[in-house]
Design a protein around this ligand. Structure first.
Ligand code: SF4
Length: 221
């Protein structure tokens, strides 16, 4: 799989390819650059238009998913459920083929991860989550029409609240929880990971219900 965005410049919302801020993640990144030189192996940029009204916030790149392909949720199981759901509710057009050049386009929606670099065992530390929030906050701030956010999992949810300047207690995480934060409607969902779906924690119907609610909300504005 070809790498993408190799020369992407750093910006307030997009870390540079060699962002040095999390030493443990830098070490892991370097390890995988050595092992799989054709992979992206770098911070994964946001996907979708800045003027979208919906932002979807995930946890972090999957090792063999976004970390390999360079596009959020692309190339692993979580992407199959997320992108089929976005297509179902009119937030994407084209077809999802698990590669960044599949032509899939997001419509009025954007995806970003709370932590941009792949963490070992999919588990970023609290400090790494806090450090990378700089980029999450900037990504939120650069969306002029932002009206709704779907948070995928508790870590993404709590970090999104912090990026909006609120405490986690302001809207406690739970699947299907929704609330207004600073003029933006938040919709919380369990993360669409293979583990959650295999164990029945999250069914496609439960996931669809959250995006259906976000769709209805945006259509009502
Ligand atoms: S996780 Fe975020 S802050 Fe940490 S090194 Fe990667 S891009 Fe930089």
């Amino acid at each position: 799989m070809a790498r993408t965005s190799r020369a992407a410049p750093a910006s307030a919302a997009e870390p540079g390819r060699d962002c040095p801020l999390c030493p443990r993640l830098v070490e892991f990144r370097e390890e995988w650059r050595g092992a799989e030189p054709s992979w992206h192996n770098a911070p994964v940029p946001a996907f979708g238009p800045e003027d979208a009204r919906l932002l979807i916030v995930g946890l972090a790149p999957g090792l063999r998913g976004a970390n390999r392909t360079g596009r959020p949720f692309t190339g692993d199981y979580a992407g199959d459920l997320l992108y089929s759901t976005l297509l179902k509710f009119g937030f994407a057009t084209g077809g999802y083929e698990a590669r960044p050049d599949d032509g899939l386009t997001l419509t009025d929606a954007r995806i970003v991860n709370a932590v941009r670099c792949v963490p070992p065992q999919n588990k970023p530390t609290p400090e790494e989550i806090r450090t990378c929030r700089t980029f999450l906050s900037a990504a939120v701030a650069e969306m002029p029409r932002l009206s709704a956010i779907v948070t995928l999992g508790k870590i993404a949810h709590d970090s999104t609240l912090a990026a909006l300047g609120e405490r986690a207690s302001r809207l406690k995480f739970g699947h299907g929880v929704a609330g207004e934060i600073g003029g933006v409607r938040l919709f919380a969902s369990y993360h669409c990971s293979r583990y959650n779906t295999n164990t029945g924690v999250l069914t496609p119907a439960m996931f669809h219900a959250v995006f259906g609610a976000a769709r209805s909300y945006l259509d009502s504005l």
